[in-house]
Design a binder for this molecule. Structure first.
Ligand SMILES: *Cc1c(COP(=O)(O)O)cnc(C)c1O
Length: 349
C-alpha cells in the first residue's frame, strides 16, 4: 500500500478505511465476442464496497477523513441529477455520522438518473435542486453559508488528497501483477471527467516505472477535461506526494496518459447509440445495469480501441468505475424530493 512505501504520508495524511481491497482483476470473457478478441481484463472497482462501489470510495477514504479531521459535521456536495459522487457522499457520509446536503445540477434524465434521485431521497440527505450551472453555484454557496464549518466537496473532488486513493490503486494492481494474478496491462481504459482518477493512475504507473498508457475516455466537454487541466492535476498531486515524503522523488518512469474524445457525443450525460450499446455490455460484465454517462461511453471506447491496429495485440484493462451495488429503492421515497425533482422522477417512470 502507498503508506508502506511512503511512510511520511501515513503520519501526516488523514485516512479512514472504507473500501474492501484489493479488488479483483478478471478477464472480460462475457464480452469477448463483442470485443472480437481476448486479452482484455477488468479491474473490479465496481465491487470496491458492498455499500457502494465505483471510483469514489477509494478517494473518500481520504476526503471524508479530512472532513472529520477539520471538525466538520456536515458535508455539502455538488453533482448532476445522476451523480455518483452525491450518492457516495450520502452513503459514506452518513455511515461516518456526517449530515449531508447535495446540490444537484440538471442533466439528461435517464432510468439511471431516476433511480439515483430515488436513492438520494431514501438516503435521508438534504436535497437541493440546483438547476443550471450558475444557479447551482449560487445555491451551493447558500447551502454552505447555512451551517458554518460545513465541508465542501466539488464535482470530481480532484484534489491531491483525494487522488492518493488511485495512486494507491495502481500499486495494488502492481502487487497483483507481481503475484501472477493478472498480466501487466499495456493500456488501461477508464471514463474520465474531473480526471483525478486518470491523473492518479498515470502517476502511480510512472512511479512504478511502467510504460502502461492510461487512456481517459472523455465524458465531459474539452473545456473541463483537456491536457492542460489534467497536467495541472498531475503536477499538484506529484508535488503533494513529494512534499509529504521525499521517497516519492524516486519515480522511475514518465507520466503516460492520453485522452479518447470519440465517445462523448453531445455532451455530459447525453446518450449516443454506442453508449447505449456499451451500457448493455456493462450488464453482461457485472450483472448490474450500465448507464450512458460513464460506463456506457467507456465500453464504447474500449470496443473501438480493442480493434485498432495499435492496440489489437496489446493487453488492455478496463478499470470499472461504476458501482455494481446500488441502494435499494424504498417505496414512497420520492415524497422526500423537492417538488421540481419529484416531477422529473414521476414523469419519466
Ligand atoms: C466520478 C466517476 C468517473 C470520473 O472520475 P474522475 O476522477 O472525476 O475523472 C468515472 N466513472 C464513474 C462511474 C464515476 O462515478
Amino acid at each position: 500500500m502507498l503508506f508502506d512505501v511512503l511512510p511520511g504520508l501515513a503520519q501526516t495524511v488523514p485516512w479512514r478505511p472504507l473500501a474492501r481491497l484489493p479488488t479483483a482483476v478478471e478477464p472480460c470473457d462475457a464480452i469477448r465476442d463483442w470485443l472480437g478478441r481476448s486479452g482484455v481484463f477488468m479491474k473490479r472497482d465496481d465491487l470496491a464496497s458492498p455499500l457502494y462501489g465505483g471510483n469514489k470510495v477509494r478517494r473518500y477514504e481520504f476526503v471524508l477523513a479530512d472532513a472529520a479531521a477539520r471538525g466538520s459535521k456536515r458535508i455539502v456536495t455538488v453533482g448532476g441529477l445522476a451523480s455518483t459522487q452525491a450518492m457516495a457522499t450520502a452513503l459514506f457520509g452518513h455511515a461516518l455520522g456526517f449530515d449531508v446536503c447535495m446540490v444537484l445540477f440538471d442533466q439528461p434524465m435517464t432510468d439511471f438518473a431516476r433511480d439515483a434521485l430515488l436513492g438520494f431521497a431514501a438516503s435521508g440527505a438534504e436535497i437541493v435542486h440546483g438547476g443550471g450551472y450558475l444557479m447551482t453555484a449560487l445555491r451551493t454557496m447558500k447551502a454552505m453559508r447555512r451551517v458554518p464549518g460545513s465541508y465542501l466537496i466539488l464535482p470530481g473532488a480532484a484534489n491531491a488528497l483525494a487522488n492518493l486513493g488511485y495512486v494507491d490503486a495502481m500499486l495494488e494492481l502492481a502487487g497483483q501483477v507481481e503475484r501472477g494474478e493478472a498480466p501487466r496491462p499495456d493500456a488501461i481504459v477508464l471514463p474520465t471527467g474531473s480526471s483525478g482518477t486518470l491523473a492518479a493512475l498515470a502517476l502511480g504507473a510512472a512511479w512504478l516505472g511502467w510504460n502502461t498508457e492510461i487512456i481517459g475516455v472523455r465524458i465531459t466537454s474539452t473545456l473541463a477535461c483537456n491536457r492542460f487541466t489534467i497536467d495541472r492535476i498531475v503536477r499538484n498531486t506529484d508535488r503533494f506526494l513529494e512534499r509529504h515524503d521525499a521517497r516519492w522523488k524516486a519515480m522511475r518512469g514518465r507520466v503516460n496518459y492520453s485522452i479518447y474524445g470519440g465517445a462523448l457525443g453531445r455532451g455530459y450525460g447525453y446518450p449516443t447509440p454506442e453508449a447505449l450499446e456499451g451500457a448493455e455490455r456493462v450488464r453482461d460484465l457485472t450483472g448490474a445495469s450500465g448507464e450512458v454517462t460513464y460506463s456506457g461511453k467507456a465500453l464504447a471506447a474500449l470496443h473501438e480501441l480493442a480493434r485498432k491496429p495499435a492496440y489489437r495485440d496489446k493487453t488492455l484493462l478496463l478499470w470499472n468505475t461504476l458501482s455494481t451495488p446500488r441502494p435499494a429503492l424504498v417505496p414512497g421515497a420520492e415524497a422526500r424530493l423537492p417538488p421540481s425533482l419529484r416531477k422529473l422522477v414521476t414523469s419519466t417512470s
